[in-house]
Ligand binder design. Structure first.
Ligand SMILES: C[S@@+](CC[C@H](N)C(=O)[O-])C[C@H]1O[C@@H](n2cnc3c(N)ncnc32)[C@H](O)[C@@H]1O
Length: 221
């Protein structure tokens, strides 16, 4: 991946981006937030099947990927999980190891068993195919020929990271969603909801995780 490694500060074990001045996930319980927002928000694990394809905006620490792989394994689905994540500013593996150290229930070894400085762009496991697409998400998505069954929209907060929430990017997300496919995100900002709706999703605002009052989920109409 190379370019522009992500500079971070720590609040306990939670990494905080100095570039975006925002934590990578909830300071309270990142794993529970991921399970609630991104898995339940996309009706997972119930929809898992062989070849189910999750796509994500923002790989970050890989917490969402690992939580998804753990849920896929626990659901006893035979076959493979496909997971594609778009990431412009990869974290070092050393920082990933620090961030993931509290999550002892997750299969962190699949990411951390490497001598590389950052996670390779393609990682093939016994039951998963992980692809991390480097560079700005919008440019990458324009060129991507994949289709996701479920999207995790996980840029930093829209006010701090607006390029991860533009109407043009949300339209690309919809264009790369399988018929009946879904998205979930922790934010309920009106502009983001309207952009997803204009892109073709049926959008619902639902209760959020922890102190967040609302989050957003949707299905391709
Ligand atoms: C909230 S963090 C994602 C957390 C992550 N899903 C996890 O499980 O740890 C947001 C991520 O979006 C990435 N990002 C920000 N702007 C981007 C852009 N324009 N294109 C691609 N990735 C971007 C950041 O580098 C960061 O890793």
């Amino acid at each position: 991946m190379g370019q522009d490694q992500h500079k971070i500060e720590w609040r306990g074990n939670v990494p905080v981006s100095t570039r975006f001045d925002d934590p990578f996930y909830s300071l309270d319980n990142g794993l529970a937030e991921t399970e609630y927002v991104f898995l339940e928000g996309n009706d997972l694990p119930a929809r898992f099947r062989d070849g189910f394809h999750v796509a994500e905006l923002g790989f970050g620490t890989g917490l969402n990927f690992l939580a998804t792989l753990a849920a896929f394994r626990a659901a006893n689905v035979s076959g493979r999980l496909r997971f594609t994540s778009f990431e412009a500013y990869p974290m070092s593996v050393a920082d990933l190891a620090e961030a993931l150290s509290p999550f002892t229930s997750l299969p962190t070894d699949v990411l951390l068993d490497t001598d590389a400085e950052t996670i390779p762009e393609t990682l093939i496991g016994t039951d998963f195919d992980l692809t991390i697409v480097p560079g700005d998400a919008f440019g990458s998505l324009l060129a991507w020929d994949g289709q996701a069954d479920a999207w995790f929209l996980d840029g930093f907060a829209p006010a701090r990271n607006p390029e991860m929430w533009t109407p043009d990017l949300m339209a690309e997300v919809a264009r790369h969603t399988s018929p009946g496919g879904t998205f979930a995100t922790y934010t309920a900002v009106g502009d983001v909801r309207r952009a997803l709706s204009a892109a073709g999703f049926e959008v619902s605002r639902v209760p959020g995780y922890g102190r967040k009052r609302h989050m957003t989920r949707g299905r391709l109409a």
